[in-house]
Design a protein around this ligand. Sequence first.
Ligand SMILES: Nc1ncnc2c1ncn2[C@@H]1O[C@H](COP(=O)(O)OP(=O)(O)OP(=O)(O)O)[C@@H](O)[C@H]1O
Length: 251
Amino acid sequence: MNTTHDQHGQAPALELEGVTKIYGGQPPVPALRGVSFTVRHGELVAIVGPSGSGKTTLLHVMGTLERPTDGLIRIDGVDAAGLGDRQLAALRARSIGFIFQQFFLAEHSTALENVANGLLYAGVEVGERRRRAADALDRVGLAHRSDFRPTKMSGGERQRVAIARALVGRPAIVLADEPTGNLDSTTGASILELLRELNADGATIIMITHDGDLAARLPRQLHVLDGRIISDDSGASFAGSGAYSRPGKAE
Ligand SMILES: Nc1ncnc2c1ncn2[C@@H]1O[C@H](COP(=O)(O)OP(=O)(O)OP(=O)(O)O)[C@@H](O)[C@H]1O
């Protein structure tokens, strides 16, 4: 596959071409069956499908947490298949931010320490890590909670800390796995709005969800069924104000 650079010579944030994933066993389970798509810098994309359709497998493969059985993955123009495990871990630390339904915060560390730890493997010295973490907490509206531990925070606040941690290294892509799944609908809506604001500010975000209504609120939806992308809908109308609409951005 040849990387398609845009008019500024920039490679896409993420490219998948003919990706398959077959889990071994008797019988083998084909979880992904020839998945191809491109996500450009600055996009906000939902990957939506029912339980068992392959979303989690796709997230793991996009995030280089698992290698595909076949096919190509490029992160910011870098071919993941050509990298050994240590180089892949370095690419992941530099280029990918993760947000999970269960937050996965260190309970005994403060919000600031949790976010600063997002830079542990990026070769940034400790003072700078803390400065950038404070900035990231400010971006998610939690500057006043820097010294709180997650145990003293609401679910929505915990997810904001996790989002700050994912964004603190300014990765090429942020992968969010059901980020509102553990939250009530009002808090979930505010987290979705935050993701839209961060995207309007330049972050490239891919959100996995089983919730079609949630997906419909993002500018592009990739529908997954039985390990295949069955549709790629761009330019859907926004349920919100439209302030973050990016007409012509998603192709
Ligand atoms: N480690 C594994 N070993 C064997 N089969 C697996 C494994 N992980 C997932 N599968 C199978 O691969 C298919 C896709 O699973 P996957 O978890 O990716 O779907 P999903 O869309 O994320 O589902 P959910 O929304 O329920 O989490 C399913 O048939 C599942 O049973």
